[in-house]
Structure formats: C-alpha cells, structure tokens
Design a protein around this ligand. Structure first.
Ligand SMILES: [Zn+2]
Length: 306
C-alpha cells in the first residue's frame, strides 16, 4: 500500500483529541477506533492509491461530458436495496454526474465483504443506469465515515472530490441525526457558504401496500401502518438466514448475487434441484447458485395458484 519513514514517535495529547482527525469518529465503539496511545510521524508514500484513480476518472468524465452539476451520495449499501436505487435515480435526475461514496461498515454491522458490496454496485450501474453518470468512490480503508456520525467530514470529502451537492437519505442506516429537519439544517447549513455545497435531505422512502409501489412518505396519503420500511437490519436478517428478501425490497438478481456469496455450495446437487424445479428450453443447461436464486424468485412471483 505504501510506506512511512518514521521521523518521530510521540504520545497523543488527550486534551487536543477533539482536533485530531483520527479521533473524529469519537462515538464509535473503542474496538473500531483506529488510533491508539502512540503516534508516529514522518514522510509518507502511498503506492496503491485507489482514490487517485477515481479522481482521474472523475476528471476524465468531467472533460468528456461537459459536466456541470456533480452530486454526492454516501452509502454503506448493506445490503443494496430498492430505496437506495430510487435515491440514486432521483439524484441522477438533478445532476450531470453522481459520486457514490461506498462506505465500510464495522463489527456487527458488517454482513458482507467490501468487495462484494462493490461488485453489487458495479453490477447495478452496468445494468440499470445510463453509462458514465455514476462513479463509485470506494472508502474502504477508513472508518471515519462508517456510522454517519460525522456529517462535517462527509461534506468535506464530497467537496474535495468536486461535488456541489450532498444528498442525504433519511431512511438509511445510522443517519438518525438527520431525521430532525431543524437540527440537520442548523448543523450543515454553514457548508453551503464555507464549501459552496448544498445539502439536500430527501424524504423517507417506503413501500406502500395501498399505492402498491415505492413512495416517499411526503407523497403518500396512507398511514404508517400501510408502509413497509427499507430497514437494512431486517434485510440483513433475512439474507443471513439464507432467505430471499421480497422483490419489492430488493432486486432478485442482487439478492441472488449476495446469497450465492454468503452460502457457497449450499446444495448438494444444485443441478438436479434446478432441473426438477424450473422449466427449461429443452437444452441441458448448467446452472449456478446465483441463477438458482433468480429462477426461484421468478417462481415465487408466479401469480396463478396463490
Ligand atoms: Zn400509499
């Protein structure tokens, strides 16, 4: 990754900890804290700099497509669900380019590997959004952003990569501090001036069983008892139990990607299971576990005999 030529070793000054960037995530549990008692200083050289590559890509896309409005979204995407998808689409509607900051989660919150989360997003971008409108910014090696505890740092990161707008969804995990409109706006208002960064808090997205679609709580007249929320924890519980989440909550192809990674070689004879369950075009096709889940969901969604 890189190296540091150690010049000095010193103790952290506890009194100044609030000014220390490595202690910015103070509310995080101790085991997540990346800083100890001692610190080293010296010349740093970074060899494997993924962010530099992303920066280059952003510049290229900006040049080629005459990009004017750039928005940023911060997501742990664990797991990536239809509310995330809507959030991204709404953001693309109002900007030329969207920077999707993919954040690492820690401890009990970490259900799947960072690389799987990234593959899911790449798959989504490849298949469901216009080309070059969305760039993933992988924040794999920092936990400063992991729990959305530090909106200041999120604003600075978005600004530094060229965003003019930071989109904040109300309904994704850990973003509780944005629930109260008044507080959110007083906390973040100053960045409008300091960083020339607009902060947009989107209304909460839910599935309404009366509207029969994904709606924002602002646009649906039905009460909360008609709403199914996109709770990351609920989706995680289902996936970790090996169950396909309902398709109104997650795309079947994405659930299939995740389940086949979480439970590799789960079935003794996947081929027989597929041959017995799914109609085929007469050819003998070898099916992967990922295809198995996708086809299974198709069967679940069949409307006769239900
Ligand atoms: Zn409704």
């Amino acid at each position: 990754v890189g190296y540091i030529e150690v010049g000095e070793v010193f103790k952290f000054n506890a009194e100044k900890s609030s000014q220390n960037i490595f202690r910015a995530n103070e509310a995080a549990p101790a085991q997540q804290s990346q800083s100890g008692e001692l610190a080293v200083s010296g010349e740093i050289k970074i060899c494997d700099d993924k962010l530099a590559e992303v920066r280059k890509l952003i510049e290229e896309v900006k040049r080629e497509q005459n990009v004017r409005k750039i928005s940023a979204i911060m997501l742990t995407a664990e797991p990536f669900n239809r509310a995330h998808e809507r959030l991204i689409r709404m953001t693309i509607d109002s900007s030329d380019l969207v920077l999707l900051f993919l954040l690492k989660s820690h401890g009990a919150d970490e259900m799947m590997s960072f690389s799987l989360k990234k593959s899911v997003l790449e798959y989504f971008i490849q298949n469901y959004v216009p080309k070059n409108r969305l760039i993933i910014v992988p924040f794999e090696n920092s936990n400063l952003f992991s729990s959305h505890l530090n909106p200041t740092l999120e604003c600075i990161a978005a600004h530094r990569l060229g965003a003019h707008k930071l989109i904040v969804g109300q309904n994704h995990a850990g973003i509780g501090m944005f629930y109260d409109h008044n507080v959110a706006h007083t906390v973040l208002e100053r960045y409008k001036n300091d960083l020339n960064l607009d902060i947009v808090v989107l209304p909460e997205l839910v599935y309404c069983d009366e509207c029969k679609t994904l709606v924002s709580t602002k646009t649906c007249p039905h009460g909360q008892h008609h709403h199914i929320k996109y709770h990351a924890q609920t989706l995680k519980t289902l996936l970790l139990a090996g169950i396909l989440p309902p398709a109104i909550l997650m795309r079947r192809d994405i659930s299939a990607m995740i389940l086949s990674e979480l439970f590799p070689n789960r079935f003794e004879n996947i081929q027989k299971l597929c041959d017995d369950l799914f109609p085929s075009n007469g050819l003998l096709e070898k099916q992967t576990e990922r295809e198995f889940y996708e086809n299974l969901m198709k069967l679940y969604q069949t409307t006769s005999l239900t």
